[in-house]
Write a protein that binds this ligand. Sequence first.
Ligand code: SF4
Length: 400
Amino acid sequence: MKECNLKRRQFLKSVALSAATIGLSHQPFAARAEAAALNTEYLQKIPHRPLGNTGASVPILHIGTAQTLDQEYDKILHLLFREGVYWLDTALSYGWGSSQKAIATFAEQIGGREKLWLTSKSGSYSLNGFIEDIDECLADLRTDYLDLYLRHSVGDADEINKDLIQAGEQLKKSGKTRFFGFSSHGGDVVALLNKAAQLGGIDAILFSYNFRRYGHRELSLAMDNCKEAGIGLIAMKTMGAVPRDAEAVLDFTSQNFTLGQAKLKSVWADERIDSVVVEMDSTRVARENVAAAQSEVQLSATEVHQLGRLAAMTASYSCQGCSHLCEKAVNNRAHIADCLRYLMYHESYGKTDKAKELYHQIPLHSRSLTIQETTLAQSVCPQGIDIKTRLELARKLLDN
Ligand code: SF4
């Protein structure tokens, strides 16, 4: 009970700190957030960590909503909310706006948007588009502010520049978002993180991080640099999924955790990660993930060892999105990492329709490589992926 009260006091202190940090132009938000904090117990069900130097305290688990949400009543969102998962990650592009609209309905059902932490993203190529898109996000979400607004899927460190920082500052001053940053699905994530740390002014970065990346020295140093610069780090793609038959090479055994839970625990074991976003499209997965977040049991040495073995044994199926290596080796038009990512959506998650839709959005000349090109790409792939075979499989399964 004492511990519970302590957590509550810590949370309220964090809200007050957020309010102080935000300043006068955000007073309406601060008042609403404090009111919400006073009225709720759900905020304490999942452990919290500070989000970089923003002053905000956030749950270590939140839900990604690229999955199809029920527009009338999404039972998984309600289940998660009851269990303390009140941070929802969406984007303008998710479900062509339907994700944000479903979240707006959900927010009304639980008694108001103030009870939630909301991230949204714009994938606009231009900075003006990024600035303008927030109005569409707010309209779809039927709210007047976001907690975090991200430039979606940044792949080139040149896009992290003073203009982007200025745009973020402008949006924060307008009260349309409390914090801002960017997400990265691929490219040279080390360069992206280092650039953000060096430039300053970025509140948070959402990037791929999972048990497969433990021991990557440059990435680890870049994460250290971000933490020193006060940037919040949010992990996605935490399952590091590969086709089930490849994963079955190792029969994961544990007294405490399923394989999915162990993968999450391995990311939370890295204290530089402030929160993890996961798509949860079934109540079983939602319950499992919540239980993992709430459990104080840490991974045993044997479990860590098993994850390490799994990473090593299935590396050649796991594209890490380092497209600056294979795609640059070939030409600037190849979309190898995207093709392999969409293949993974089909093979690992059964999301065939989505995989096909995204695959077809890649221009034909960017997914059709010659034998010489795939051989060149393979020669620089640190994962040892058989790119030729995997691209052929993607074409066979997704191009129809
Ligand atoms: S195919 Fe290999 S080099 Fe290319 S993005 Fe994937 S892991 Fe990186």
